[in-house]
Design a protein around this ligand. Structure first.
Ligand code: GLU
Length: 275
């Protein structure tokens, strides 16, 4: 059994992260498996150097020890780019030249904008571009991201399922998140693409993470299928919420592991809070 914890070094760990880390760590420990640490640090505009060490420090303080050296997604960009090329050759991605403003305007003019669990979906504007226009705009160096053509992808994969140890067998809905971005304008990859490549690279057998990412797993199964990668088992656990029922964010400083430590709590007391 191989599990992982994949924080972004964009802030301090809070109780919600600690819960996810303990969950993955305990699962591996109880089953004689391995537990890996992976930094999801592709977004250089948000990553800060000090947080890599702070996260390692907090995890160690909690008694969580990872196997081997942590990997950093920022070191693995060529692997993601290669996967994107593979998807291009399958014809299931397309370049999208829309600016945020253009997307907003397009949606404002629609009487029935498509919705997903995370809000309004991309309306598909650039999916309809003629191949010649696409080529001209790419050749002219126009700024673009790459999106999954969800309909085409679904046709190629046929029906898929994934096993969620908490929610049971899930039937993949390729349209749940619409034509998601697989390579951002600025960083040539995205969370969805990178996480799929890395879970396969690290041979993760059990992907444990918060239930807020359940919808993303539908896209991940599609990418795994298109790229010829196996599917891990999934466990989407509940999230720790604040007093207002909102999920914790990096702004909940009061509940950061560092603050709790500075207030004099012991690791055992913090673990206790989690359970
Ligand atoms: N980086 C994500 C987070 O901090 C975790 C993603 C995942 O586990 O797949 O929520």
């Amino acid at each position: 059994m191989l599990t992982r914890f994949a924080p972004s070094p964009t802030g301090l760990l809070h109780l919600g992260h600690a819960f996810a880390a303990v969950y993955a760590y305990d699962l591996a420990e109880e089953n004689g498996g391995r537990f890996y640490l992976r930094f999801e640090d592709i977004d250089a505009t948000r990553v800060r150097d000090e947080f890599y060490l702070a996260i390692e420090h907090d995890l160690s303080w909690l008694g969580i020890q990872w196997d081997g050296s942590p990997i950093r997604q920022s070191d693995r960009l060529p692997a993601y780019m290669q996967a994107l090329e593979q998807l291009k050759s399958l014809g299931v991605v397309y370049p999208c030249f829309c600016t945020r403003r253009e997307i907003e305007n397009e949606i404002a003019g629609m009487s029935n904008a498509p919705h997903g669990p995370e809000g309004i979906l991309y309306p598909g504007t650039c999916r309809a571009l003629a191949a010649s226009e696409r080529e001209d705009r790419l050749a002219a160096g126009e700024s673009h991201c790459w999106r999954l053509d969800a309909s085409l992808a679904a046709r190629q994969t046929g029906s898929l399922i994934f096993d969620d140890q908490i929610n049971g067998k899930m039937v993949v809905d390729a349209h749940l998140l619409g034509d998601v971005v697989l390579a951002r304008k600025d960083i040539a990859t995205s969370y969805h693409l990178a996480v799929v490549i890395d879970d396969a690279y690290q041979k993760i057998t059990h992907v444990t993470r918060g239930e807020d990412l359940l919808a993303s797993t539908h896209i991940h199964r599609i990418l795994q299928n298109l790229l010829g990668l196996g599917a891990p088992l999934y466990l989407h656990h509940r999230l720790i919420l604040d007093q207002n029922g909102k999920r914790l964010s990096k702004r909940n400083d009061a509940l950061s592991i560092r603050t709790l430590r500075q207030e004099g709590l012991s690791p055992a007391e913090v673990i206790d809070m989690l359970s």
